[in-house]
Design a protein around this ligand. Structure first.
Ligand SMILES: *Cc1c(COP(=O)(O)O)cnc(C)c1O
Length: 396
């Protein structure tokens, strides 16, 4: 049986443990070592070496050993042909846009995306490189159809979206994109490949921050693009060799280790977040809860169809309170930490105020300010008690 054939039979959980790892041929160690060297020995006659190649071992900015092991694993978990791992999620997003877009091209992207996508496409690519951009509520397929132009090259979406948890139908959008010769990229950071695999649903590219669920412990940054080698080879060369967004070997190694427990952690994140969302919905002081696992959520039916194991660990909610009271609430939390980022072992909360510049792109209930809560791996009841205690202390 070839490696490829045997791989197909192994489940996600088994591949999360074994993919990309092997016995070290020099020492017999049962884990790949960290290769921190930044340079590799040259052949007898180096004059034919392509110094800009990202395929061989030349110089670590062109690509390193630990990065390659991690790429094998992420490609397998996301169900894609190939993967490029870079220094951060934003390096992955900018690498994809930089490789695909040319002056005169048009891009459609979701009204709810990570802030760097908004800055890159709406402020940098269009002003500096004359790329046309349209922001659309991509949960509305007809609105996307209406925004398509003859020069539309790419549709970029996030589902669930950060921070509104809005859901876009990936397979419906892939069909629409491909009918019109357009590429579709999906930011899968919030779901992780355990819950959702966009390429299997028809997307051309999955992009994600490895800093979040895949590493899972809040101690390393990385990003990945998954898709066809014909595109990824371009990204590899541009983003690493010429733009310098290479991941450090140590971070690649840390993320490789963190990713082993991805399926186990996601089970707990999914379960905790659903219970907390259901509990918050019952509290009289809570103005709204956004979580695709709630039956009351607008995107619930589509989320059920495309998210196979659960709805992730992030939710947003608001309080029936003013700006100052939102800050007071956070100050009363004991287990939950006020910090950005998400997908960590510990639960994190961030208050996004009513003066946020992108508030106008969010649904109405978000306009008075809201919290984004990244539910961690703690005991569910301890987390609910922490939230309940803080609500009591501010009189809600
Ligand atoms: C955090 C995040 C990113 C950016 O990832 P970094 O690793 O912080 O650069 C991109 N997309 C989403 C949805 C994110 O939450």
């Amino acid at each position: 049986m070839s490696k490829k054939e045997s791989e197909k039979k192994l489940s996600f959980q088994t591949r999360a443990v074994h993919e990309g790892n092997a016995i070290d041929s020099e020492t017999g160690a049962i884990q790949h070592p960290i290769t921190m060297a930044n340079s590799y020995v040259l052949p007898y006659d180096p004059t034919d070496v392509n110094w800009s190649s990202a395929s061989g071992n030349i110089y670590t900015r062109n690509g390193g050993a630990n990065q390659k092991y991690l790429q094998e694993k992420i490609a397998s978990l996301e169900g894609g042909e190939d993967c490029v791992v870079l220094a951060s999620g934003v390096a992955a997003l900018s690498g994809l846009f930089f490789a695909l877009l040319e002056s005169g091209d048009h891009v459609i992207f979701s009204s709810v995306t990570y802030i760097a996508v908004y800055r890159l496409l709406n402020e940098l690519f269009n002003h500096k490189f004359k790329v046309e951009t349209t922001i659309v509520d991509t949960s509305d397929i007809e609105a996307v159809r209406a925004a398509i132009r003859p020069n539309t090259k790419l549709i970029h979406i996030e589902t669930p979206g950060n921070p509104t948890l809005g859901i876009t139908d990936i397979s419906a959008l892939a069909e629409l994109a491909h009918e019109n010769n357009i590429l579709l990229s999906v930011d899968n950071t919030f779901a992780s490949p355990y819950n959702q695999r966009p390429i299997e649903l028809g997307a051309d590219f999955t992009v994600e921050s490895l800093t979040k669920y895949i590493n899972g412990h809040g101690d390393a940054m990385g990003g990945a693009i998954i898709g066809k080698t014909e595109y990824l080879d371009i990204i590899r060369a541009q983003s690493q060799v010429n733009l310098g967004a290479t991941i450090s070997p140590f971070n690649a190694w840390l993320i490789m280790r963190g990713s082993v427990t991805l399926p186990l952690r996601m089970k707990q994140h999914n379960e905790n977040a659903l219970k907390i969302a259901q509990w918050l919905e019952q509290q009289p002081g809570v103005s709204f809860v956004a979580y695709p696992g709630l039956e009351s959520s607008k995107g619930h039916e589509i989320a059920k169809k495309q998210m196979s194991n659960g709805f992730g660990g992030v939710l947003s909610f608001g309080l029936k309170a003013d700006h100052e009271t939102h800050n007071q609430f956070v100050s009363k939390l004991n287990i939950i930490t006020s910090a950005v980022s998400l997908g960590h072992d510990g639960t994190l909360i961030v208050f996004i105020g009513e003066n946020d510049e992108r508030q106008y792109l969010y649904p109405e209930e978000f306009h008075n300010g809201f919290f984004r809560l990244s539910v961690g791996l703690e005991d569910t009841q301890d987390l609910i008690d922490d939230l309940e205690n803080a609500l009591n202390q501010i009189g809600l």
